[in-house]
Design a protein around this ligand. Structure first.
Ligand code: UD1
Ligand code: UDP
Length: 359
């Protein structure tokens, strides 16, 4: 039996190809949702849009400090794993859900499969970097998306026998949903946008938005982009960012702030944007897959493949650099090759798990 653990928006999206493959093969599996994300547009909406089965267990852990959230998830996951005794638990990415779930499983001697293993920003200031390192070192199966991620694991002394390079399941999710998005949603029309005549923005990293000065600089940079290019800047606001903008009483001029979109709407917006500004991990990958230039509002990235192929640049969190970065990439040709695989990562991961079970 396979346990599939998820808890946040990107995990639901990137686990969806794995869940679909478990369903297709008729495998015995169950889903644990930690409830790290719980607002409708960060959680339930994705189960509905992606037609995923309801979680078998909902831990409803919710928000809290890192320690409180991690502890709540560990306790809840431990209870479920004790009851179900799966042979393997799959976790995806770098959230508190991932690290807490992997820790709980490994102490019960349940094997852990880490999807998207081996990513490193080499910046321990990010909570996600701690989660990545801890999870990789206690996992039994490391599903690395690229050779570069595999190298990172080898450099930390992790055995090559545990590593399998699969590509990233985001490619599967994009390929599986882009056509559906074209048929089902009309978000450009709804927002009165013309293809390639608008910018799309997301920002939610703790180190960006929980720092007043940095958040102000980012917003100033975005306002500068809107003024210089005279194009709409569509900014679906993550709940963390929404809270910070409200708390800090920061004014936002000229930006089209909206609620977070569903995956189908967001995919359509992304694929038709002139360029995307973001601090999201998944969005750096998706833009690379979709052939849309990306300006990442950070000083480092654990997705260096996007820099190498030329789909992404780091513009930091300084208003002047954000504007200069956008000027430099607004006319980029999207002729790079996607480094994240052919869209069969979910199949490969489930195949490895199924083979491990029958051993
Ligand atoms: C988390 C992950 C981050 C990931 C992001 C995906 C960690 C350490 N962080 O960050 O790696 O990129 O998810 O989006 O695991 N909130 C709501 N509704 C929700 C969820 C959150 O209102 O459904 C608000 C709460 O005020 C909460 C805040 O957002 O305190 C932050 O949520 P949290 O899950 O702690 O971190 P994220 O910023 O979402
Ligand atoms: N996303 C979405 N709606 C939005 C913004 C993002 O569906 O309004 C999707 C996006 O397509 C990507 C994922 O959310 O697949 C990225 O999640 P997020 O940026 O929250 O987390 P990260 O990838 O940084 O961990």
């Amino acid at each position: 039996m396979i346990g599939v653990l998820l808890g946040t928006r990107p995990e639901i999206i990137k686990m969806s190809p794995v869940i679909r493959e478990c369903e297709r093969r008729g495998l015995d599996y169950f889903i644990i949702h930690t409830g790290q994300h719980y607002s409708y547009e960060m959680d339930r909406l994705f189960f509905e849009e992606l037609d995923l089965p309801d979680p078998d267990y909902s831990l409803d852990v919710g928000s809290g400090t890192h320690a409180a959230q991690t502890a709540g998830i560990m306790t809840g996951v431990e209870d479920v794993l004790t009851k179900e005794s799966p042979e393997i638990v799959l976790v995806q990415g770098d959230t508190n859900t991932v690290m807490a779930g992997a820790l709980a499983a490994s102490k019960l001697h349940v094997r852990v499969g880490h999807i998207e293993a081996g990513l490193r920003s080499f910046n321990r200031w990010m909570p996600e970097e701690i989660n990545r390192v801890v999870t990789d070192h206690i996992s039994d199966y490391l599903f690395a998306p690229t050779e570069n991620a595999r190298e990172n694991l080898l450099n930390e002394g992790i055995s090559d026998r545990k590593i399998c390079v699969t590509g990233n399941t985001i490619v599967d999710a994009v390929y599986q949903n882009l056509e559906i998005a074209k048929r089902k949603v009309s978000v450009l029309k709804d927002l009165d946008l013309e293809p390639r005549e608008y910018f799309l923005v997301t920002a939610h990293r703790q180190e960006n938005v929980d720092n007043r000065a940095r958040l102000k600089e980012i917003l100033k940079g975005l306002e500068g982009v809107q003024k210089e290019f005279s194009m709409p800047v569509v900014f679906p606001v993550h709940p963390r960012t929404e809270k910070r903008i409200k708390e800090l009483g920061i004014g936002v001029d000229g930006l089209n702030l909206t609620k977070p979109f569903g995956f189908l709407e967001f995919l359509q917006l992304e694929s038709q944007a002139r360029l995307v500004l973001t601090d999201s991990g998944g969005v750096q990958e998706e833009t690379c897959v979709l052939g849309v230039p990306c300006a990442t509002m950070r000083y480092d990235t654990e997705r260096p493949e996007t820099l190498d192929v030329g789909s992404n640049i780091l513009v930091g969190a300084d208003s002047g650099k954000i504007l200069a970065g956008v000027r430099s990439i607004a006319t980029w040709k999207s002729d790079w090759k996607n480094p994240y695989g052919d869209g069969i990562a979910g199949k490969m991961i489930v195949m490895v798990c199924a083979a491990a079970r029958s051993r």
